[in-house]
Design a protein around this ligand. Structure first.
Ligand code: ZN
Length: 199
C-alpha cells in the first residue's frame, strides 16, 4: 500500500470561517441551488464543498460536482472495502498527534507494517472472529460506532500501542474491557450473567 504514515511537515491549515459550509460567497458565485452529479437531487448550494485550487498562481474558486453527503458516502465506502483498508484508517487515527493530545490516546510505537502483520497473523488464526467474544467483526465506516466493528485493543492496558501488545476485538467488547485485564472482564461478566440469568 502506498501510504506514507511517517511524520510529515504540514502546511498551516486555513481556518474555515464558515465551518458549516455556509459561505455566502457560494451563493454569490454559483446561485442558491445545484444538482448533485451523483444523487441527482437539487440541493442548497451550502451542501456543496469548495474545490479551491491554484491555477497559474491564481486562486480559483470552484465547487464540487457532488454534494457533501455523496462525498461522505463515497469516503465511507472506500474505507469499508476491506478489513485492511478499515484498519489503515484505524491506525491513522491512533497515530495522529491530535489523537494523543486531545483524546489522550496512548503513544503508538508499533509501525504500520508491524500493525498489519499483527492483523494478518490474527486473521490467519481467527478470521474475522473476535478472539474475546467469538462474534464476527465488521469493518463499516460511517454507520456510527458499530459495536461489532474491529477495534484495536491494548492487551495490557497499562502499556502503549506496542508490538506484541495489540489485538483486534469488537468495539463493544473493547469498551467493556476498558482498562481491565481479560481476567477481570471475564470475572465481572460472569458475575453479571449469574445475577441476571433470567435475561
Ligand atoms: Zn448527492
Amino acid at each position: 500500500m502506498n501510504v506514507n504514515l511517517g511524520p510529515k511537515k504540514r502546511k498551516a491549515r486555513t481556518i474555515h470561517r464558515y465551518p458549516n459550509g455556509n459561505d455566502p460567497k457560494k451563493r454569490e458565485l454559483f446561485g442558491d441551488n445545484k444538482i448533485c452529479s451523483k444523487c441527482k437531487l437539487t440541493k442548497d448550494i451550502f451542501n456543496f464543498h469548495w474545490k479551491s485550487d491554484y491555477y497559474k498562481g491564481k486562486r480559483r474558486h470552484r465547487i464540487q460536482a457532488e454534494c457533501g453527503e455523496c462525498r461522505e458516502k463515497q469516503r465511507h465506502a472506500k474505507y469499508s472495502a476491506t478489513p485492511e483498508i478499515f484498519l489503515l484508517r484505524a491506525y491513522q487515527m491512533i497515530k495522529q498527534e491530535s489523537a494523543r493530545l486531545v483524546r489522550k490516546r496512548r503513544p503508538v510505537t508499533i509501525t504500520f507494517f508491524e500493525f498489519m502483520e499483527t492483523w494478518a497473523a490474527q486473521k490467519k488464526k481467527y478470521g474475522l472472529i473476535c478472539p474475546i467474544s467469538n462474534q464476527e467483526m465488521t469493518y463499516q465506516q460511517g454507520l456510527g460506532n458499530l459495536e461489532t466493528n474491529i477495534s484495536i485493543d491494548r492487551i495490557d492496558s497499562k502499556k502503549d500501542y506496542d508490538l506484541g501488545n495489540i489485538q483486534f476485538i469488537c468495539r463493544r467488547v473493547n469498551t467493556m474491557k476498558h482498562n481491565a485485564t481479560l481476567e477481570d472482564l471475564v470475572c465481572w461478566s460472569r458475575a453479571i450473567v449469574v445475577n441476571h440469568d433470567d435475561v
